[in-house]
Design a protein around this ligand. Sequence first.
Ligand SMILES: COc1nc2nc(N)nc(N)c2nc1C
Length: 307
Amino acid sequence: MEEKIRSLQERLNRYNYEYHVLDAPTIPDSEYDKLLHELIELEEQHPEFRTASSPTVRVGGEVLDRFEKVAHDTPMLSLGNAFNEEDLRAFDKRVRDSVGDVEYVCELKIDGLAVSLKYVDGVFVQGATRGDGTIGEDITSNLRTIKAVPLTLKEPMSFEARGEAYMPKRSFQRLNEAKEARGEALFQNPRNAAAGSLRQLDSKLAAERNLSIFLYSVNDLAQIEATTQAEALDILDDLGFKTNKERRLVASIDEVIEYVEYWTTHRADLDYDIDGIVIKVNDLETQEQLGYTVKSPRWAVAFKFPA
Ligand SMILES: COc1nc2nc(N)nc(N)c2nc1C
């Protein structure tokens, strides 16, 4: 019986990964639901085989009376801002005056909630909000309901992955239509809806909100043999995380500005809100040479779209 439960757990986790991370489902939803309910039944009969990595945790069910505080292993950074081309060129000049020629990775800045996912030996053990950057709130049970969050990694590694949890525009529209039908107050935007969903004490409510997540870094790069940000993102993909595919590696600030201009006019085509573009020096050693100000990396800048 244990073997049957274990293999169902693995099968359903893989189906989740294919659907919510690769966006390439290999079975129909009806088949997935049937198997999930079969597993829920079996785990009811044999609770000793239910683990925190079982896909049945995705439906939520844990009700907290409050959120515990969590200290991040390493502080979650904030980014310096750029608001126009001149700011971007000034950033580029500061970088080149300091370390010479560089490549940049341009990444979409998702308008969601910054979160940290802690893995120990390849198992998701704790998730937290950014909070003040040092201390966040433990929202593990809510993050477990996000189907794009891997409950186990393809390698038994230990680190904190950082990313942005968000609510797709379609889910936001459906949620507000349902709220309107019930005469409830509407959410102002997907960001507030995502934050509100992840702050629910009853994870069953979070599970119904169809949240997703994009990961963009890990706190202990020594764990993954990456020498550049572009490689780090590819390794996050290989480990089973969902990363944003619109990223682009460029060799000049002119190309950065081209990318920023493109998304300034095309962001409406995305199925999620973005509030800017994050530009990062690609080489990780060069990032360390540039270092940090009191609270932000000198090797990155966030271009903010006009509100
Ligand atoms: C290196 O630090 C960061 N990198 C980021 N990257 C992306 N794509 N989006 C963010 N919001 C973000 N935020 C921070 C603090």
